[in-house]
Structure formats: structure tokens, C-alpha cells
Design a protein around this ligand. Sequence first.
Ligand SMILES: [Zn+2]
Length: 366
Amino acid sequence: MVRTLRRYVECESPSGAQEAIARLAALIAGDFAALSGRIRLHKFAAHGPALQVDFPGPRRSPRLLLLGHMDTVYPLGTLRTMSWSEHRGRLSGPGVFDMKAGIVQALFALQSMLAQGPLPCTITLLLVPDEEIGSPVSRALTERLALKSSAVLVLEPAAGAEGACKTSRKGIGRYTLRVHGQASHAGLDYERGASAIVEAAHQVLAISALSRPERGLTLNPGVISGGTRPNVVADLAEIIIDVRFLTASQAARADSELHRLRPGNPRCRLELSGGVERGSFERSKATARLYRMAAQAASKLGFQLAEASVGGGSDGNLTAALGVPTLDGLGAVGDGAHASHEFVVAREMPRRAALLAELMATLAAE
Ligand SMILES: [Zn+2]
């Protein structure tokens, strides 16, 4: 498993690097083809392909979708400063935890199931090229395959050192607030101007005050820009806002409050665009049931599987929103996603692969 993971990590694959993603897809496809999986590449211009691998089971058996992504947040060349390393049972490198180890675990889970005879159910693996940038091109494909499936098992990293499954995730909204003021010469004509920057500063505080972190709703004005030169009263400023929410009603409330923002300076004008990017993944009965099955599978294997609610979204949000039973966080155990200390706990990998195989066998017997 470690050797396979190293090959995947050393094949860098940032979102948007079309050829790099295609190279990784070919590498992974080779490994799954060796297990007699049927390979399909869905090509997306400027993003690289999505990789679909089908393992047919008996007619009318349940169909399971294993969902993951090939892209990472690390630009090409990151390996020079963040090279593959194995130290005290920790495996490190760009994208190792989020989520190349999850792909390796799925490979070995399928290998062990196939070693025991024909598969008891139909299994499709889908690895998309653009999850880290919000799945703009692969979303429709993910949704289409999810709707044909009885359950979606997401290979994203587990939560915390204990490796909990993710049974709910926050939804994500992205908004841009443009503030239009009136430009003027800061020395000759100061009073004729209306500063978009000063107005934006008031708006930043108003937006931030809409957050209710204790209830799981946050609005983060994460990027501000505006103005041209120090001696010009700025006529334009822009605020980009990241919204995280637990429920659809919180998202609707945040949306209407953002639309209700008014300029303090009547000579300025506000223009809001954006909306919900990924709906929240609420803990449904179907997800709770999937979690209980996974926890039972874990206890058969001699360990306890906890569940967690997390702030980050994934493609599991998309499939859960369609009402397809979805369990997330079935991938690797480690820490530091998107950070330079990203690592995977090596000895957890066989156990997580076994868990995935056991859960798939349980679902097939339904
Ligand atoms: Zn991920």
C-alpha cells in the first residue's frame, strides 16, 4: 500500500493542471484495470479527465458508488520542498491525506473482495479532477452516477486521530459584494468623492456580525480589494465572502441578510452576486443508518468507529442533497489536509481498507 501511495503522491496533480491529472488518472486506471475493472475516462477541457471504474456484480444487486478526487491543492513543483517521506509510521507528501491514500485503500479493498470470489454487488469508483475547486465540471457526472446508486461511500479523509466518519458537513456559499463609490482627487476635490473603501470597511463589519458560530453559521469576508492610488478617493472596492452553514434555512437566512445590506453613505451603491455552492450535508436517517452499519463492520474488525460533523464540504454534499444515502470520511487517518505537515498514519491503511470491504459486503447483502 505504501509503495502504491508513493507512486500516486509523486505524480503531482493540482486542480486545473490538465496533463498532470491525466497522467495520474492513467496511473490509477492501470492499477484498477489489473483488478479487471472497466475503465472509462470522461474528458473535461482545461481540467483533465474524471476516472470511472466499473466492477459489475450480479444482476439486480445493489449498486455502490465509491467517490473521490484526484486533484490536490498543491501547485506543480511542490514535491521539491515537500517531498515524499516516511517517518515514524507517518507518510507525508502533497495530497497524501486529501486524498490519495483513500484511493489506495479503495484499491486494496476491492482487491481483497475479488480475491474471495465474484463481487456480491456492482461497484463503481468515480475519481473527479476538480473537487478542490468546487467540482465545476464534474458535478453533473457525480450526480448522475449517485442517482443510479443505492449508497455513496466517500473516500475523503477521516476526522481526527480516531478516524471518525463524517455524517454531516457544512454547506458552502460564496458571495462577492462590490461597492461602487465616486472617484475624485484626494487633494483638490476630496468632498466630491464617495470612498468605496470606507464604505466597504463598514460593510465588512456588518457582514462579520451576521455570523452565529455557536449555531454553525459563519460569514468570513476572506478577500478585500479596491482603490487605485493613495491620492484618489476610491470608486470601487470588492469583498469576497465565504459562508458556511449547517442547514438550508441558515443558508436562506444568510442570503436574505446579505441582500438586505444597504450603504451607510447614500452616495455609494452595493452590488451583490453569488450564492450557495454546495448545499449542507445534513445527518439524514439514511446516513445515520449507513454509519451504524460501518460502526458494526468496524467492531467486527476489532475497533470502534466514531462519527463527526465537520465544516469543510465535499462532493458527498452533492450526493446527500439528492437524497442518496451517503457516508463520508471513509478514507485515510491522518492530519494536516491542505497544509505542509499533511500526513497519513501508515498502520491505519490496511484496517481502513478492510473496513471499506466489510461495509461494501454488508451493503451487498441487503
Ligand atoms: Zn478532499
